[in-house]
Design a protein around this ligand. Structure first.
Ligand code: NAG
Ligand code: NAG
Ligand code: NAG
Ligand code: NAG
Ligand code: NAG
Ligand code: NAG
Ligand code: NAG
Ligand code: NAG
Length: 506
C-alpha cells in the first residue's frame, strides 16, 4: 500500500514536471528559480525526438564505409537530411576486438579509411554520427561489448567525433532483473559520455527491461520500450510474448507494429523533452507491409514522439516510401516542442464476422500552440466510418475535475487532414531521379527543416505543415471519416476562437 502511494505521487510529479518543459521556472515576480527534477533533458540534449537513419533493419551486420557514405549522400540528394533526418547511425558488427591498451578496434576490412575519417566525411555532409555498443561483455551480434570498458570506449568515440550512442542490452552478465541493477549498469556509460565533455546523445536500448519509464530519464535521452520490431503490421509472434510495456520480463523480438503501439498508452506520461520512449526503428520500405500499413506505422510513431530512424535501404527507396518518410505535416507533430506522447482514448476489438478481425482506436495529442491531433486508427479488416466526438477529443480536460468548465468544449475546431497533401508518385520519382532537388519555399508537400525549424514553420502556418481542411468540430459535435482497412486518418484541429484571439493580438 505504501509503495503504491509513493508510486502514484511520483507519477503525478513526473506528469506535472514534463508538462512544463523547462528546468527552471520563475516564481512570482522575483528572480527566484525552482529546479524541477526531470522536467527536462538530464544533459540538455535531445529536447525533441532524434531523427535519422540506422542500418540494422535493412542490412543487419552487412555494413561498411561505402554503405554509410552513399546512404548519407542519398539522404542529402533525396531531401531527407533537410526533412530533419540528421543522424547516420551505425549499428552492430563494426568492432573486431580490443588492442593491448584495451581500446576498441574497428574492422579495417569493412571500414578501411578508419572510423575517425569516415565520421569526418559524414559530418561534412551535414549529419551527426551515431555509434553502437552494448552494456554487456558482448554485443547482440557477439562483437566486443562495453561493460567494464565504459570510460575507454566513451573517450575513444568522443575522440572520433561520435555524436550519439545506441546502447544495447545483450550479454549483460545477469546485471538486470531489478530497476536498480539496470539503472546502475546504464548509468556508468551515461557518466562516461558526460565526462568526455562532448555532447553525445545517449539512446538506451534495453527493450523496456526493468521498467526504464521510472528511472531512465535521469540518465538517458531515449529508451527503447519494447522488444525489437519486425516488418509486420499485426502478426503475433511467440518470440514477442508481452502485450504490455510495464513489467514485461521477456521483451523478445519479432514485435509487430500493432504490438508495439499498444504497449505505449500505459507509459505516455513517461515521454518528455529530453527523454523519449523509443518504439524502435522504422520498417517503411522493407516490403512486409502495405502502403497504408506503413502510413499507420509512420504516423503512430510520429505522434507518440518516438525517435524516427529510417530503417530501410535509402538507395532503393520507392517513390511511395519516400512520400511517407517525407510527410512534413506528420513530422511536424513529432518535432513539436511539447515533446509529449499521444493518448489512446478508446480501443475496441472488432467482430470477425461483422467487421473483420482486428481493432479500432482513437488517439489524441495536444501540441504546444494549442492545436490538437486526432488519429482514427482502423486496424480492422474492412473500411469503417469512424466517429469522434468533441467530448472524446477533450476527454482529459472534461474529467480533470469540476473546478472549471473546459473552454475547449465550447469552441469550434477546424479539422485538417495531414495526409491530404501527401507527395504524389511523380513528384517523388522526380526527386529520386535527381530531376527535382530544391525544396520550393511554398511547397505543400515538402519542408526544409535545415533552413528553418518545424516549430517556426507551424507558427507561420507553412502550407506543407498544416494539411488540408476537411471539416469542423462544433461544440457538442461529432466528426466522421471513412477509414480504409489497416489505415489511419490523422488530423490537426485548430480552434477558431484561439486563431481569432491571436489575430487580435497582432
Ligand atoms: C558494403 O555493404 C553493402 C550493403 O550490405 C554492399 O551492398 C556492398 O557490396 C558492400 N561494399 C563493400 C565494398 O564491401
Ligand atoms: C589502442 O587504441 C587506441 C585508440 O585508437 C590508441 O590510442 C592506442 O595507441 C592503441 N594501443 C595500442 C597498444 O595499439
Ligand atoms: C553533463 O551533465 C551535466 C548535468 O549533470 C550537464 O549540465 C552537462 O551539460 C553535461 N555535459 C555533457 C557534455 O553532456
Ligand atoms: C482480411 O480481408 C482480406 C480481404 O480483404 C482477406 O483475404 C483476409 O482473409 C482477411 N483476414 C482476416 C484475418 O479476416
Ligand atoms: C459512426 O456513426 C455512424 C452513424 O451513427 C454509425 O453508423 C457507425 O457505425 C459509427 N461507426 C462506428 C465505428 O461505430
Ligand atoms: C524523372 O522522373 C520524372 C517524374 O516521374 C520523369 O518525368 C522524368 O522523365 C524522369 N527523368 C529521368 C532522367 O529519369
Ligand atoms: C534546405 O536549406 C538549406 C539551408 O538554407 C540549403 O542549403 C539546402 O540546399 C536546402 N535543401 C533543399 C533540398 O532544398
Ligand atoms: C510556388 O511559387 C512558384 C513561383 O513563384 C509558382 O510557380 C508555383 O505555382 C507556386 N506553387 C504553389 C504550390 O503555390
Amino acid at each position: 500500500m505504501v509503495a503504491l502511494t509513493i508510486g502514484a505521487t511520483a507519477a503525478l510529479l513526473l506528469g506535472q514536471a514534463s508538462a512544463y518543459h523547462q528546468e527552471r521556472r520563475q516564481v512570482g515576480s522575483e528572480k527566484h528559480t525552482v529546479v524541477i527534477p526531470g522536467a527536462s533533458s538530464y544533459n540538455g540534449l535531445n529536447l525533441i525526438p532524434q531523427m535519422g537513419w540506422n542500418n540494422w533493419n535493412a542490412f543487419h551486420c552487412d555494413v561498411n564505409e561505402s554503405l554509410l557514405l552513399t546512404t548519407a549522400q542519398d539522404m542529402v540528394d533525396y531531401g531527407l537530411r533537410d526533412s530533419g533526418y540528421n543522424y547516420i547511425v551505425l549499428d552492430d558488427c563494426w568492432a573486431v576486438g580490443r588492442n593491448e591498451s584495451g581500446y576498441l578496434v574497428a574492422d579495417d576490412y569493412k571500414f578501411p579509411s578508419g572510423m575517425k575519417s569516415i565520421i569526418t566525411k559524414i559530418h561534412a555532409l551535414g549529419f551527426k554520427f551515431g555509434m553502437y555498443s552494448s552494456a554487456g561483455v558482448l554485443t547482440c551480434g557477439r562483437y566486443p561489448g562495453s561493460l567494464g570498458y565504459e570510460k575507454k570506449d566513451a573517450d575513444l568515440w568522443a575522440e572520433w567525433g561520435v555524436d550519439y550512442l545506441k546502447y544495447d542490452n545483450c550479454f549483460n552478465q545477469g546485471q538486470s532483473g531489478t530497476p536498480k541493477l539496470s539503472f546502475d549498469r546504464y548509468k556508468v556509460m551515461s557518466d562516461a559520455l558526460n565526462q568526455t565533455g562532448k555532447e553525445i546523445v545517449y539512446a538506451m536500448c534495453n527493450w523496456g527491461n526493468d521498467d526504464p519509464y521510472d528511472w531512465a530519464y535521469r540518465i538517458a535521452n531515449s529508451g527503447r520500450m519494447s522488444g525489437d520490431i519486425y516488418d509486420s503490421f499485426n502478426r503475433p509472434d511467440d518470440r514477442c510474448p508481452c502485450t504490455e510495456a510495464a513489467g514485461c520480463a521477456w521483451p523478445g523480438f519479432h514485435c509487430s507494429v500493432m504490438n508495439i503501439l499498444n504497449k505505449m498508452p500505459a507509459i505516455t506520461s513517461r515521454t518528455m523533452s529530453g527523454y523519449f520512449n523509443d518504439m524502435d526503428m522504422l520498417e517503411v520500405g522493407n516490403g512486409g507491409q502495405s502502403d497504408s500499413e506503413y502510413v499507420v506505422h509512420f504516423s503512430m510513431w510520429a505522434i507518440n514522439s518516438s525517435p524516427l530512424l529510417i530503417g530501410t535501404n535509402v538507395g532503393t527507396l520507392s517513390p511511395a516510401n519516400l512520400a511517407i518518410y517525407s510527410n512534413p505535416a506528420i513530422i511536424a507533430i513529432n518535432q513539436d516542442t511539447s515533446a509529449s506522447a499521444a493518448k489512446r482514448v478508446w480501443r475496441y476489438t472488432t467482430d470477425p464476422d461483422e467487421t473483420g478481425e482486428g481493432e479500432i482506436s482513437l488517439w489524441t495529442r495536444s501540441l504546444s500552440n494549442g492545436d490538437r491531433i486526432v488519429a482514427l486508427l482502423n486496424a480492422a479488416n474492412i473500411t469503417m466510418n469512424m466517429n469522434v466526438t468533441i467530448n472524446e477529443v477533450f476527454f482529459d480536460e472534461r474529467t480533470a475535475g469540476a473546478y472549471r468548465a473546459p473552454p475547449e468544449l465550447s469552441q469550434t475546431w477546424d479539422i485538417y487532414d495531414l495526409w491530404a497533401n501527401r507527395m504524389g508518385e511523380a513528384e517523388a520519382a522526380a526527386i529520386l531521379n535527381g530531376t527535382s532537388v530544391e525544396i520550393p519555399a511554398n511547397s505543400t508537400t515538402r519542408f526544409n527543416a535545415t533552413a528553418s525549424t518545424y516549430a517556426k514553420g507551424v507558427e507561420s502556418a507553412h502550407p506543407a505543415l498544416i494539411g488540408s481542411r476537411v471539416g469542423t468540430l462544433q461544440p457538442s459535435g461529432t466528426f466522421t471519416a471513412e477509414i480504409a482497412r489497416h489505415s489511419v486518418g490523422v488530423y490537426r484541429l485548430r480552434s477558431r476562437e484561439a486563431a481569432m484571439r491571436k489575430r487580435d493580438e497582432l
